[in-house]
Design a protein around this ligand. Sequence first.
Ligand code: GDP
Ligand code: IMO
Ligand code: MG
Length: 424
Amino acid sequence: MPASVILGAQWGDEGKGKITDLLSERADVVVRYQGGNNAGHTIVTEDQKFALSLIPSGVLYPTVTPVIGNGVVVDPKWLFEEMETLREKGIDPSRVKISNNAHLIMPYHRKLDAVIERYLGNSMIGTTKRGIGPAYTDKFSRSGIRIQDLFDEKIFLEKLTVALKNKNKQLVKIYNQLPLDFDAIADEYLGYADRLAPYVTDTSLLVWEALKEGKMVLFEGGQGTLLDIDHGTYPFVTSSNPTAGGAPVGIGIGPTMIDDVIGVAKAYISRVGTGPFPTEQINEIGDRLIEIGGEYGVVTGRRRRCGWLDMVALRYAARVNGLTEIALTKLDVLSHFDTIKIATAYEADGATFSEMPLQQRVLHECTPLYEEHEGWNEDITAVEHYEDLPELARRYVERIEELVDVPIKTVSVGPGRKATLTKS
Ligand code: GDP
Ligand code: IMO
Ligand code: MG
């Protein structure tokens, strides 16, 4: 698998960090292609726990070149803080490469993210308030500032002048905030130029050359399919394309260079923030999934909403991403349930939906149709081979495989590297 995309097949937090880390052992380059420090990817090694946000999970291996592609939005303050945290843990982040075309998250993006959410009141999205949406808004309205602009003071100051004039008007006149100070932002960001310089390169070329040399490249998605700006539960989504199509665009290679697309899915499902969630369990089952699964956000610490596995959503993810395989995570969390449910379709207005409905309203109002599975009620965290899982656990995995019609090749039974089973 020279070029593989690893992405979330649900609403994020599926365990992409863990799966990317495992595959990184054999990889040469690991690329983030979208999102920014709204992601929170956990990796548990033999002796440490890492929570990566902006830097690709491959950074833990000295043999890997971690790459931040043009599709990512970069908050330089955060980048250097994350690098420092890694250094304190004995990891050298100096191999990180960053695209000259990646857009910058500016202080006004963070500020706007927070005040827009407040302004939305009950309609809020529940963003991570990291400035992601406002940064992508500027990118697409062609008023964003790119990493390369930092290296030309005149251009940077010109762009900042135009942008800040506009943003301060918004902040003051619409959102009743104090304006941000031009000199403070200019000094801070121009100060990043020298510090960023060693990392900045043509990452499209770097990845293309790596692929031409037959090296192994992983593309690590942030967020998940249902948070995709085009294919997710809009507007309760993030502002980028975590789906597989985002990978070639977000690094600058052709789609023909991608060989595999690995969808990471939990054995149940969770989401953070607001928006429709047909299989959500706002009851004791949901509470137990949250507590047993440790379902608290890496980035914001928020309690995640949890529910039963949704096959309408997983089949959809298989389709829109062209998944070639699935890594099923957190199977161990279900060891504590007598009955486990899988939603196979939705029912609303007397109709049955086995595909995503045309009207998103249905997702808010539908009743999921469930099939029930007997739980295995047995600790599986120490199991080393797929064949040694309890039969009921294997039946559960194989039923999912049958329903989604994509091979499940990896089953994760704990957060650590060793708690991973390969299924043939
Ligand atoms: P990501 O954003 O997709 O990388 O996922 P997160 O790191 O936000 O959330 C996944 C959480 O589940 C992390 O705390 C992981 O350490 C943990 N995790 C991953 N795989 C497993 C697993 O198979 N079992 C259990 N119990 N925890 C897991
Ligand atoms: P990883 O990579 C889960 C959610 C936020 C909010 C919506 C928009 O760890 O899976 P944003 O700040 O992106 O504008 O927020 O998207 N969200 C995530 N949920 N995991 C993530 O990343 C997320 N990144 C953003 O909670 O609902
Ligand atoms: Mg996460």
